[in-house]
Ligand binder design. Structure first.
Ligand code: ATP
Length: 359
């Protein structure tokens, strides 16, 4: 089945002032109908600006935004936000406190009705009820926002965005105001709701776990440009740059020097089959993911366990090398190695990735 493209960004640039670097710099990507894209990156990398460019709250100085074959910005075109077929969900819910759940959800539909939309009052009622049911809030239609939990309020915001059945939903850090256990549950639900309704989505987040766990595609941004675009699996397993490796996988990075066929580090030498660029490099950082470090207690061990955190299924160990460098390892929680134990480490060579210096 050929999927149609719902969103295309081509060479989008937005610079707020001449003296500052572009907040979004020559960015190109596309999203297929029904897919969910996670925009991920550290604070200030341009995620929100990019979302606002898609929404039409900002206009690009260069490039084009196309939504379902309609150019909405660039190349002489400009479509106002309210005329783009999209819904928005914000971090702070942005509900009207004096309106009930049903009235909040119906708001966009009624506003469109006043602007001459095709919906009859009966249809507005039906679409409202349907959206409320989709987010699991049937029965709470007459409550006011202050009578709902944060998670429920965010569901109302989602229902309000879904009710007009938009092509695309834009979600700006929708879960970051919620407690962690509600956040975990709701993020799965948001994905399920979008999938069940066939709605495409763009979700801004600075939380790598959130992006990897719910998005079909992840765009990692840095200083306004796209650092890597790929599936969560690709981003996690083969980060394109050292930045992606550190930011997304929170992997350990170990300085290494090439000695013949192996890379020498302060915790041992590692051999393997390297890429050509890696073969030619003399100095590099080796990426070792936390879950790929195996610990073997040994009195002559080169590392010491400084601390241990219990994370449920696993322990996260902080290890100190002789140089004082700190590394992290995650191991199944069935066996706890005491703090203070000296250990050696083993790494599956196939799990290593080399980032030549200056890469
Ligand atoms: N209206 C504006 N005027 C001037 N500069 C702006 C404006 N909006 C954003 N910026 C700047 O553009 C850059 C990108 O900001 P943006 O809010 O898009 O980043 P972000 O990745 O969403 O960050 P955060 O996660 O902290 O929200 C920042 O340097 C910011 O200061």
């Amino acid at each position: 089945m050929v999927q149609s493209v719902i969103l295309r960004l081509e060479g989008i640039t937005r610079q707020f002032s001449r003296s500052s670097a572009p907040a979004v710099n020559n960015l190109t990507l596309q999203l297929n109908q029904g897919d969910l894209l996670g925009l991920l990156g550290p604070s200030g990398c341009g995620k929100t600006t990019l979302l606002r460019l898609i929404a039409g709250f900002e206009s690009p100085q260069a490039g084009m935004v196309t939504m379902a074959d309609r150019t909405v910005a660039g190349a002489g075109h400009w479509v106002l936000p309210e005329d783009r077929d999209m819904g928005m969900v914000f971090q702070d819910y942005a509900l009207f406190p004096h309106l009930t759940v049903a009235k909040n959800v119906a708001f966009g539909l009624e506003k469109r009705q006043h602007q001459g939309s095709r919906h009859t009052t009966k249809q507005v009622k039906h679409l409202t009820q349907e959206a409320i049911a989709q987010v699991g809030l049937t029965g709470l239609e007459n409550r006011y926002p202050h009578e709902l939990s944060g998670g429920q309020q965010q569901r109302v915001a989602l229902a309000r965005a879904l009710a007009p059945q938009p092509d695309l939903i834009l979600l700006d850090e929708p879960l970051s105001n919620l407690d962690s256990h509600i956040r975990l549950r709701l993020r799965q639900e948001v994905r399920e709701i979008l999938k069940a309704t066939g709605t495409s989505g763009v979700l801004v987040t600075h939380d790598q776990e959130e992006a990897l766990s719910i998005a079909d595609w992840v765009a990692v941004m840095r200083n306004g440009h796209l650092e890597q675009f790929g599936t969560p699996e690709t981003i996690y397993q083969t980060p394109a740059t050292r930045f992606v490796a550190e930011f997304v996988t929170q992997a350990n990075m170990l300085p290494a020097t090439r000695k013949g066929d192996v890379w020498e580090t302060e915790i041992g030498c590692f051999g393997g089959k390297w890429q050509e660029a890696e073969e030619n490099a003399r100095i590099a950082d080796l990426m070792i993911r936390q879950e790929d470090l195996l610990l073997e207690p040994s009195e002559a061990g080169a590392l010491v366990i400084r601390d241990r955190q219990f994370l449920g299924r696993e322990h996260r160990y902080s290890l100190v090398c002789l140089s004082g460098r700190e590394l992290y390892a995650r191991l199944p929680a069935d066996k706890a190695i005491p703090i203070g134990t000296r250990v050696n480490v083993q790494v599956t060579t196939s799990a290593l990735q080399v980032f030549p210096s200056g890469y």
